[in-house]
Design a protein. Structure first.
Ligand SMILES: [Zn+2]
Length: 347
């Protein structure tokens, strides 16, 4: 985080740094893409104004003004560039809203909104990126995360049931409806023979339930066919025989890892390790609403997959993701959640 210190001196320096990350090759108009933009006077909060000459011409006006934040997630925010930069540094440190609010000296509600915007930006751009696929050696496993209707009294009413009882074991496989949404985890093992190989790459998806019909399209989209595919004996994965070199360990019989005759190590221990570290991360939020679970999971996924890089590179990669969307996802989600069942919100 040390590299941020020079940019945290005032709003102008913070705005300059954020602009440099958004447009490393020079500012272009967020509306038309033209680079024929001329700087104008700054806004009160330090953001640079620009006049886009082609846009002005098309609109028949003298000026068509945009700023550093036009058409970005930050556009409607009242938070100053310096505060945003600080919040983003704290966000990368995996802090929760209470901790960010205290450290950045902002209101907790504001901090909550900030992390939802940032997590939402990562979810929309990085998590939903269709071309990101796993290959070679991929482990799959599922786990269950307690997540209820925290902060949504009306949701509890709508289900016509008492608030979820904590610590009670329900019979059968948990679902989102029972307050324990399942997560599907896919991880591409790190290639140990390649010194420069990145960390193990994960893909994590919050599910409604763990039926084959639910997980099949996800696995087909995210794992390249022909990959080695390691799971436990759970029968929902049987369909993967068709497209993958599917091998299973029998947890029920006490088998957790084995070496096949061809030298392949069959286990799901990489994924087990990631579950432990994800739980550790989610515990920081001290009870998580089902509405936000997929956002927090997306932050974990991103930070995990970029975790092998130096801090600054990860920070700027996150910023480029966040700048590549206008935050429509988050606006849609906050608009819809009042009228839609929880389980549909995160689609
Ligand atoms: Zn323009």
């Amino acid at each position: 985080m040390k590299h941020l210190i020079p940019y945290l001196q005032d709003d102008q320096k913070a705005a300059d740094y954020l602009r440099q990350v958004r447009w490393p090759d020079g500012v272009t108009c967020p509306r038309c893409g033209s680079d024929a933009v001329t700087p104008r006077e700054r806004c009160d909060n330090g953001l640079q104004r620009f006049n886009c000459v082609p846009c002005a011409g098309r609109l028949g006006q003298q000026f068509a003004i945009c700023t550093d934040w036009t058409s970005s997630i930050f556009e409607e925010s009242k938070l100053r560039p310096l505060d945003w930069l600080l919040v983003m540094g704290l966000w990368q440190l995996q802090l929760n809203a209470t901790e960010i609010a205290a450290a950045a000296n902002i209101q907790e509600r504001t901090a909550q909104r900030c992390i939802n915007l940032l997590d939402g930006g990562i979810y929309e751009t990085y998590h939903l990126e269709p071309t990101r696929q796993l290959e070679h050696q991929v482990e799959a496993d599922e786990c269950y995360q307690s997540a209820g209707s925290k902060g949504l009294a009306r949701e509890v009413e709508r289900h016509e049931r008492a608030p979820r009882q904590r610590g009670i074991q329900l019979r059968g496989r948990a679902t989102a409806e029972t307050g324990r949404p399942p997560l599907l985890g896919l991880v591409q093992r790190r290639d140990k023979t390649d010194q420069d190989a990145p960390a193990a790459q994960v893909y994590l998806e919050v599910l409604e339930n763990v039926r084959t019909t639910t997980i099949k399209p996800i696995i087909a989209a995210k794992v390249k066919s022909g990959a080695q595919f390691f799971t436990d004996e759970y029968n929902i994965y049987r369909f993967t025989k068709a497209d993958y070199d599917h091998r299973t360990v029998n947890h029920g019989a006490g088998e957790y890892a084995r070496r096949d005759p061809d030298g392949t190590c069959v286990h799901c221990n990489t994924m087990e390790g990631i579950w432990a570290s994800l739980r550790n991360f989610l515990d920081r939020f001290k009870g998580i609403s089902q509405r936000f679970l997929h956002l927090r999971v997306a932050r974990y996924e991103f930070l995990h997959n970029y975790g092998h890089l130096p801090w600054r590179q990860t920070f700027e990669a996150a910023l480029r993701c966040i700048f590549s969307t206008t935050g429509d996802y988050w606006r849609r989600m906050t608009h819809q959640h009042r009228r839609m069942p929880l389980t549909l919100c995160y689609r």
